[in-house]
Design a protein around this ligand. Structure first.
Ligand code: F6R
Length: 256
């Protein structure tokens, strides 16, 4: 795995956005895997800036999001569809029909998950997957203990994830208790993976994921088995790492 330690959260966001921008330029009909949460917001802002100022073209890009809360509609202001529209899709020239987010209100959630897996396959698989990481090491909503070969499915959220995400809702009581989520196995099939993390609240999970033994108890540590994964972290999230890792080169991650 490649690990890039940035000076700040802003630099982390710019470095990760640059990787995505370079991949989109190289393959205009790329299939992106996208994440929500607090961490990617500044990265998406930077992609919007690159689109507006440098003409990065999203017209042929397709995307699949990692997850969605069960039981909330796409219009709900905490749904991940709403998040993606307001934080990225509404500001770039992507065709929304080419953007996929699991439906939180599908009549048959298991069938929704199965169809999602099939749609990813039919599209040719995810070229580059963006991930955040939970304080407990989760990726998407694959909580500790999720099988390494798990597929898109309905999952129960842990108490810590509900508490972490309560900041986006009026109270922890309002956070849905379940979600639909790509599995670890689904994620590991992406051709390239970029995980971003900032803040000291992620330092323990980052150290276990990069320097610990791979274990389903820390789902992000399973990425060690993936051939093309880059962790882009700020110095706070890197603060528990024991080894020295590279810094980004000229605001970019050395990507050509
Ligand atoms: C979101 C997702 C989650 C988040 C993680 C970190 O689509 O899949 O795994 O990436 O919970 O969330 P933030 O960025 O809010 O700390």
């Amino acid at each position: 795995m490649k690990v890039i330690v940035c000076k700040s959260s802003d630099e982390m966001s710019k470095a990760a956005a640059r990787i995505f921008a370079e991949r989109i330029k190289k393959k205009p009909n790329i299939i992106l895997g996208l994440a929500t949460g607090g961490t990617p917001v500044k990265m998406y802002k930077e992609l919007i800036r690159i689109h507006k100022e440098e003409g990065l073209d999203f017209s042929n890009v397709r995307s699949f999001n990692l997850d969605e809360y069960l039981g909330i509609t796409s219009e709900h202001d905490q749904s991940y569809r709403y998040f993606m529209n307001t934080n990225l899709f509404d500001h770039i020239n992507i065709n929304k029909a080419n953007t996929h987010v699991l439906s939180g209100v599908a009549k048959d959630p298991a069938a929704e998950c199965k169809a999602y897996e099939e749609a990813i396959k039919k599209a040719g698989g995810i070229d580059i997957q963006l991930l955040g990481i939970g304080g407990n090491g989760h990726i998407a909503f694959n909580e500790p203990g999720s099988a390494k070969d798990s597929r898109t499915r309905v999952v129960d959220l842990t108490k810590t994830t509900i508490e972490d995400n309560a900041r986006f809702f009026k109270s922890a009581n309002e956070v849905p208790k379940q979600a639909l989520s790509m599995g670890n196995g689904t994620i590991l099939e992406a051709k390239e993976i970029v995980l971003i993390a900032d803040k000291t609240s992620k330092a323990d999970a980052i150290a276990k994921s990069i320097e610990g033994s791979p274990t389903e108890q820390v789902p992000a540590s399973l990425l060690q088995a993936h051939k093309n994964t880059t962790f882009v972290v700020d110095k706070d999230a890197a603060s528990n790492l024991k080894k020295q890792y590279e810094a980004p080169t000229s605001g970019c991650c050395g990507c050509k």
